[in-house]
Design a binder for this molecule. Sequence first.
Ligand code: FDA
Length: 314
Amino acid sequence: FFDTALRPMITAAAASERIKETSQRLGVTKRVVERFVPGETQDDALTAIRESLDRGLSVTIDHLGEDTTDESQATATVSAYLTLLQQMSHIAQPDPGALEVSLKLTALGQTLPRHGRKIAEENAHIICAAARSAGVLVTVDAEDHRTVDERLDIVRSLRREFDDLGTVLQAYLRRTEDDCRDAAASGARIRLCKGAYAEPATVAFTDRTQVDEAYLRCLRILMKGNGYPMVASHDPMMIGAAQELAIECDRPSGSWEHQMLYGIRTDEQLRLAAGGSHVRVYIPYGTEWYGYFVRRLAEKPANLTFFLRALASR
Ligand code: FDA
């Protein structure tokens, strides 16, 4: 019931302005949100970066925001990334590539009614150039399926100048095996995740087992290819499969990595890192945490219970 009825409903709530305003006004979320988001300010993000690096984890930082409806907001997002990158450039990296930022093209203007694609690409270009000067990598997040073609197009275009630019592929989309084949041949950095949006069965597998099987097929393609696979999953089955495939494909450590979200299976992140695996933690920060937070609730029934309890205790 959770997967077939509740999950799509919760994910759809991410798009509801009314639910968003109510939960922000109630302030309920603070305690629950803190589990997934270290804070709203850049200083909070910087503290989380330093703590993660000290624990042997690499990081990717997301300035929260999505579905921007006005151009000035997209420009403000670019400014936030530029000051963040400026700050990150002062952090000593234990290994090159330990620092990364993740960004969403819809936060940079992709869905603006006029010239959205052009604006998003120009904004992403500004961030990529600043990241290169700061010695920080960039990966472009995956959003809902309607944005995929344009995002992959923009990433391909930017990769002509920034060949280490990465992006995300979502195993639940029926098209993704083909996208993985293209990516594996192009040598790109690809973060493979299961997918977190409510998608129709016409474009996505909706059954958990089918998604898992698709993930494993995609992972094999990426591991066999000549790119840099970023295995973004907390699922023990995917984590184990990645390690076995890396051996089977003769991949040296440093030619792929595990990735997990801030606040989720932290012990496992540390255990893998202590065992010599390269592990990156995705750290989101900022005031626009609502959409991100709702997707985390939808991933696990226990999260929803925890949230509802916090609501009830007010
Ligand atoms: P699964 O959902 O099967 O979870 C496996 C286990 O992990 C659970 O049993 C539980 O123990 C733990 N777990 C997972 N989610 C949890 C949660 N919310 N709270 C508590 N425990 C949880 N999606 C997307 O559409 N676009 C994107 O760009 C990204 N980017 C991204 C980056 C990184 C680094 C990660 C790790 C994930 C993403 N995702 C994403 C999210 C991804 O698509 C997916 O929704 C989640 O990672 C959950 O899927 P798992 O593979 O972890 O497996």
